[in-house]
Design a protein around this ligand. Sequence first.
Ligand SMILES: O=C(O)CCC(=O)C(=O)O
Ligand SMILES: [Fe+2]
Length: 208
Amino acid sequence: MRSFNTDMTDSLLTKERIQPPDYWLKNDFIAEHDAHAFFTQLLTQLPWRQDKIKMFGKEVEIPRLQVFMGDSGVEYTYSNLTLNTHPWHPTVLEIRNRIQALTGSTFNAALLNYYRNGQDSMGWHQDNEPELGDAPIIASVSLGASRPFMLRHLTDKQRKEQLILNNGSLLWMGPKLQAQWQHSLPKRPTSQSARINLTFRQVLTQKT
Ligand SMILES: O=C(O)CCC(=O)C(=O)O
Ligand SMILES: [Fe+2]
């Protein structure tokens, strides 16, 4: 039988131990030839827009362009901004289908980000909007320029990890990642190259 003291120490340790972030990264998810073609199609064929959000009462342009797409009836609000839902572009559907076949998860929407160069970025955040439900799974595909992607633990902010998201890579983010960690895509001022990122999500609708 375990002593009271051992149990106490165990539970303290368990409480304090920070679990590793819940993700996996597959670098060769889309072959280079396809990734290049997909990048060009998305860059030239999507209705990219630079949205504005309110920060400290002032309207500011976000440092990237975006498009939101998904099944009809899907609505998504972030930073008080309700995004227009565009119908699926065939290339985005093709990428979604490949992810669904590999992971067994289903996704009814995608938020696409276009970073024109290293000045464009995304700040620290969690993707934990109520319409993503209690246990959001997000699948993130990167095309174009490689960029570092940062993870930071919510309570122990010294605890950080850096991943490099390459052309054609798939980053699978599990539910615990959004609950315990924030992520960001920092600026890389010296880079002139463009990158497109697609984050596939399952958004709850009135019907679900
Ligand atoms: O561009 C990236 O890799 C990150 C995108 C992201 O975090 C998001 O769309 O919520
Ligand atoms: Fe995110």
